[in-house]
Design a protein around this ligand. Sequence first.
Ligand code: AGP
Length: 627
Amino acid sequence: MCGIVGYVGVSQAAPILLEGLTRLEYRGYDSAGIAVREETAAHIEVVKAKGRLKNLMEMTDSGHAVRGCCGVGHTRWATHGEPSTNNAHPHCSQDKRVAVVHNGIIENYQEIRTSLQRKGYVFRTQTDTEAAALLLDSYYAEGAQSGLAPRERALLAIHHLMIRVRGSYALGILFGDQPGVLYAARKDSPLIVGCCAGELHGHMIASDVPAVLGFTRSVVYIGNDEIACLTKDELHIYNIDCEEIEKPVVEIQWDAAAAEKDGYEHFMMKEIHEQPRAVRDTLSPRIKEDEGRRWIDLSETGISDEELAGVSRITMVGCGSAYHVACAARVVIEQLAHVPCEVDLASEFRYRDPILEESGLVILISQSGETADSLAALRLCKARGVRTLAVVTVVGSSIAREADAVLYTWAGPEISVATTKAYSTQLAALYLVAVKLAAVRGAIDGVRQAQLIEEMLALPDKIERALSDKERVQWFANKMAACKDVFFIGRGLDYAISLEGSLKLKEISYIHSEAYAAGELKHGTISLIEDGVLVVGVATQPALFEKVVSNMTEVRSRGAYLFGLTTYGQYAIEDTVNFTVYVPRTEALFATSLAVVPLQLLAYYISCAKGLDVDKPRNLAKSVTVE
Ligand code: AGP
């Protein structure tokens, strides 16, 4: 996620902006910039640089070379457009009448861009943010003859933008003809106001509490669809209709380390809770609607519907959790699109001289986009002339750049070594591919497509509800923290879910665990089941429910302690298991997105109960860039 900092007050702004941005570095970024308005200057001064903040520091003598007491700063986590100085924020209208920094995703930026180009606007970047900046400029220019006072004119322009834009945004805004005034607005992306006293007398805006903690503990939380107008002495908050509203000032009790985690004890828990937003950000921009009809638009990948329809076979390749995503996606794609799918570990794929079809499609799945084995697998496919699609999180990563096509998951940076939101958003991205494939191949009709899209759009709220059961999972985790061996069993999608649940447990609790196809147990492994062995039985698939429960009965009769994971309504499981966690019902093919949540929480709480380093487990790296 990007980071925003703003300041207006009696001190020089640029050093404060840069200091605030360094407090947001943990969010991950690939470029940065500041825009500052000096009262007597002719226009806003903008300085941007690709790479680390130190580049910006060196360019501006840590901000001391940039004069002015009102400005905004930004660290960019690229979503639309490669990491570059040009794509870095702030984005301005040509004559710097408006300067904008943004965190979030403008879903309808292309249509806004086209509309503004018709009005003569020229775009200089690939970003969605520039569309917002120029749209704001157009509304502000329209107000020039209105006779409105500058502040009312600015508020009206921001109001129109908030009505026109779809997506999520936190905006920091400067108007060139309003020195000493800082505006902000937000929808679904966090933004706070800091109230500074003493030699810093004035106000700040920031994406997150850590950015202001060095300057103040007094903050005001800007709510959804609200606008802030700040000067060194004044703080005004308005609703979307430009009516002023009262907001309480809150005193922050956290220290900086806690604040980076948004108050959670670990980044992993923060990222588990970011899953609803991350899945929504990944799905919504690709689901278009017109006159009540919805469809999936993957045109950003550059793969046409005709090319998708002609795909003869899909091979999905990844490592670790990315491979587990592939295992789940294979079930979804084959059952919806009837396209033969195979999955493979990248470290195996690259050395097995795979048989690849010219009309096939290889999908590389990766959070970092830098995993050595996955990158090698990609290069092997390219060398064979087979079309490749990357499903990755990090924009501009090697796999993203080298694949023929890329479908980004807008999860934002993932700090914890154990992946959670990247896994969930990769899965969501592949649901889009599966439904799109099925639709273009005529494997599903319009009614079924609409139903699947409806279910996808409902997933974020259902993930939220799955999270609400975390105290029950925590209670069970504390009971089972001393376990030595744990089995995860399931069939079909539930086996794919078991793979991910087992890896989560192993990598952060150091407890040996194994995922097993439930129907395979009796072919040997069941000999390991004895009194007290914990078995997590995953049974979300209605068609296989009885079979899996029967397998659970088999292990229960041999002394296993059973944790049952199923969907609301499948209460028959209670006759077999010792403990049950239910997740909301959904389309069976999308159950992975919900069932994985309790398993992430189980691993997390067991690791906490053992006093381990949840975010940085021993022996592991976030990105395995070597063989
Ligand atoms: C998962 O929690 C692990 N961090 C690990 O298995 C990871 O999924 C794997 O190394 C692949 O990484 P990538 O997604 O960045 O390619």
